[in-house]
Ligand binder design. Sequence first.
Ligand SMILES: NC(=O)c1ccc[n+]([C@@H]2O[C@H](COP(=O)([O-])OP(=O)(O)OC[C@H]3O[C@@H](n4cnc5c(N)ncnc54)[C@H](OP(=O)(O)O)[C@@H]3O)[C@@H](O)[C@H]2O)c1
Length: 247
Amino acid sequence: MKTAVVVGGTSGLGRATVAELHRRGWAIVATGSTPDSAEAVRRQLGGEDGPPIRVVAAELRDPAAAAAAIEEALADLPPLDLWVQSAATMPPEADWAAMRDVAMEMVGANLGGTAWILAWAAERLEAQGRGRLVVVGSVAGDRGRKAAPLYGATKAGVHALADGLRHRLHGSGVSVTTVRPGWVATRMLPAEKHTSPLTLEPARAAWIVVEAALRGRDVVYLGWWWRVVGGILRLLPSSVHKRIAPP
Ligand SMILES: NC(=O)c1ccc[n+]([C@@H]2O[C@H](COP(=O)([O-])OP(=O)(O)OC[C@H]3O[C@@H](n4cnc5c(N)ncnc54)[C@H](OP(=O)(O)O)[C@@H]3O)[C@@H](O)[C@H]2O)c1
């Protein structure tokens, strides 16, 4: 049996990744932001047959406490093989006041806490000489857009962070996979987009995440068509982008 940590495993893509790994026989430590969300998932998943699933509260804006909670949950499980960093938050930032209100929280969780805990996980995997890191970014990080400039900035930061970790860990036995979701039908995606043909169901997205991690892929989009969208957005000159890019 192998062990995985899924940070942000109480909802959406992370939650579906927990289910996919459990189906494949992995022991799992999953985290949520609060004791309540962890307890709710613990109740739903507890008592099932199969390998252990432990769910702990781990607020990313207090990453040292989060790491301690994960460490404790890992104590008697088989060696850690896979770390999936899925947690993020996307509060509304439609106007300037809203942006100011959420700036510190969003950067603190999506980038600051994420960087801290990934450095902790990377050190641990590097010392073992093997393992896999998965870092979930977003197509929103491919190019800043007016609907969510801050969220996009945190995700662009996450992409650069994952690139740096991959470079640093090259040759160490630890792979780093950047996951760039487009639209996945979770609570983070507005309801009207859930039925779009461009949207993936969480279970399908989680399967792609796990396969990409096990194959040691560097970058994977959820789904492939977002690579084209992200590529076009990145290539657009600013003079064009500011006029015609979607919100
Ligand atoms: N869904 C999409 O269309 C989409 C598109 C592009 C990128 N993404 C990215 O995909 C990843 C997963 O998103 P999702 O759609 O699955 O979102 P989600 O359903 O809202 O799940 C987010 C997870 O992150 C945890 N979390 C949020 N803030 C946290 C904090 N401050 N500290 C610790 N944990 C925190 C949540 O815990 P609680 O359950 O306790 O709240 C939950 O487990 C994110 O990185 C997101 O940016 C999603």
